[in-house]
Design a protein around this ligand. Structure first.
Ligand SMILES: *[C@@H]1O[C@H](CO)[C@@H](O)[C@H](O)[C@H]1NC(C)=O
Ligand SMILES: *[C@@H]1O[C@H](CO)[C@@H](O)[C@H](O)[C@H]1NC(C)=O
Ligand SMILES: *[C@@H]1O[C@H](CO)[C@@H](O)[C@H](O)[C@H]1NC(C)=O
Length: 478
């Protein structure tokens, strides 16, 4: 009787799991690893912040993940492109993100969420880290954790972005970044049901890069449980410019050398130099980033989805909410389609079991902050961490009912993409590039998503394994 109940429960769990498209990911040594398949997750990502900083409008309760129709449109285009992760910079912890998060989850796309915003009191001020590290600030960033902790596709949180950006900012700031990481991780340990990774996104300033990583990666006193340590390190990288750049001229060889023995995942949290200006980016660097030479890194996120003032867009969002792909989108898609997906999922077993290095002055160059005494939490913070913030808005997955994109999207040559829709993946699906089957959108009328979508094979595989499992259950029951 007990085993019967158990089988029924398992069967039930199996069916309810069908709506969960992605497996939670955790950090193991140098890699992000899918907690169910134990395969490596290489980030194939795009930074997503339509409207730029102005896309975050707390007064009108809008941010990049607040409108499900817009997310449906963009998730369809990002799924088609082949990405498995987006990074979202500025979100409002007091509004509901269920529709958007569920849509991205449904298409097999993870989210890395920055906890900060450019508004006053919502980030560490590099000119006054001590003064900006207060309980009001912590309350905001814990709110972001509350808001996103319930989504299985929340891959991680950025505790800070480019706080250290030149030699003038290497004093004090590093300690405060570790303090914020510690507080976030303690909050997650108390209030989330899984270990969501927390890390830092570094500026592309070679003078401070290695020190910043070394300072944030190490364990103080060699303590493996040191909560102030970064779980991952994102690097904003713009050194590969134009069609003629190479692994060497872009200095990627130096990056690999710097990070090859990292004990935490390192990836590009932004990449995609847009020089020479006005020329669509060929994205040749993607072949290096995901090739044999750079398996020490965990992939990267292209800056950025939408065309904004800074001119880095893969797509143009029109006034009437339609989207026109730019040639950059086509180029990136065709580079993604050349990737060796098996290579990406292989994890070097030695890379997943690395112990953190112990913090010491020897890791750092002379100019860098060598103070490993991390500031204590500000007044009132312990209470927030122990008891949780007041009135948190906690997200949860909802059923995605609408899959057809209601607005038009146009390829880079102006041809409308027919039947644009998202393709909901089954429970083991993470979106992947489409491989040979996809033709670039700009050169042909776009084929329908069902025949080109990169997720289709894993979806079929998922369906099959579910069928086999159900069949096995029925046998057990009999
Ligand atoms: C979502 O965005 C669409 C397209 O811009 C717009 O028509 C719609 O009103 C928005 N929905 C909400 C709830 O703001
Ligand atoms: C929306 O705007 C774009 C760009 O201005 C235009 O090409 C397109 O025809 C418009 N589409 C609709 C459906 O209004
Ligand atoms: C190190 O930082 C702590 C605060 O985190 C501070 O109290 C201490 O004075 C600093 N030590 C030095 C030598 O600057």
């Amino acid at each position: 009787m007990y085993s019967l109940l158990r089988s029924v429960a398992l069967l039930f769990a199996l069916f309810t799991a069908i709506t969960f498209a992605v497996h939670p990911v955790e950090v193991r040594g140098q890699n992000f690893v899918d907690t169910v398949t134990n395969k490596r997750l290489m980030i194939i990502g795009v930074d997503y912040q339509p409207g730029g900083q102005a896309g975050y409008k707390p007064d009108s309760r809008e941010d990049p993940l607040s409108n499900g129709t817009i997310c449906l449109r963009d998730a369809a285009l990002l799924q088609r492109l082949g990405v498995n992760t987006i990074r979202v910079y500025n979100v409002d912890p007091t509004i509901n993100h269920d529709e958007c998060a569920s849509i991205f989850n449904g298409v097999g796309i993870y989210m890395i969420i920055d906890v900060n915003s450019p508004l006053g009191g919502e980030s560490i001020n590099r000119a006054d880290p001590a003064g900006s590290y207060h309980v009001g600030y912590l309350s905001r960033i814990f709110g972001v954790v509350e808001n996103f902790k319930g989504y299985p596709n929340t891959l991680g949180f950025f505790a800070a972005n480019e706080v250290i950006n030149d030699m003038a900012t290497v004093k004090d700031n590093p300690q405060y970044i570790r303090a914020v990481q510690r507080d976030l991780k303690n909050y997650i340990a108390k209030h989330a049901d899984r270990n969501i990774p927390v890390g830092y996104s570094a500026a592309d300033v070679r003078d401070v890069l290695k020190d910043t990583w070394a300072y944030l990666e190490c364990a103080i006193d060699g303590d493996d449980d040191d909560q102030s340590r970064a779980d991952f390190f994102g690097l904003n990288s713009y050194s590969w410019c134009g069609a003629d750049a190479t692994f060497q001229t872009a200095g990627y060889d130096v990056l690999v050398d710097t990070f090859k023995d990292s004990t935490i995942p390192v990836f590009f949290s932004e990449y995609g130099c847009n020089k020479p200006e006005g020329v669509p980016r060929p994205f040749n660097e993607a072949l290096s980033l995901y090739g044999e030479d750079m398996t020490a890194l965990s992939g990267g996120l292209v800056y950025e989805y939408s065309q904004e003032e800074s001119d880095y867009g893969l797509v143009l969002i029109n006034e009437n909410a339609t989207v026109t792909l730019r040639k950059d989108y086509d180029n990136l898609e065709s580079q993604y389609n050349k990737l060796d997906l098996n290579l990406l999922q292989e994890a070097d077993p030695t890379a997943t079991s690395r112990n953190p290095s112990e913090c010491s002055e020897d890791l750092l160059s002379d100019a860098f902050d060598k103070n490993f005494t991390i500031p204590s939490p500000p007044d009132g913070a312990e209470d927030l961490i122990n008891n949780g913030i007041d009135n948190p808005v906690q997200g949860k997955l909802v059923e995605v009912r609408e899959t057809n994109v209601p607005m038009a999207a146009y390829g880079s040559t102006g041809v409308q993409i027919q039947n644009l829709a998202i393709n909901l993946l089954s429970n083991d699906g993470t979106n992947t590039p489409g491989g040979d089957a996809t033709s670039p959108s700009g050169t042909t009328a776009a084929p329908s998503p069902s025949s080109t979508n990169g997720g289709a094979p894993s979806r079929l595989k998922g369906r099959c394994s579910i069928l086999i499992a159900v069949f096995a259950m029925v046998l057990i029951l009999l």
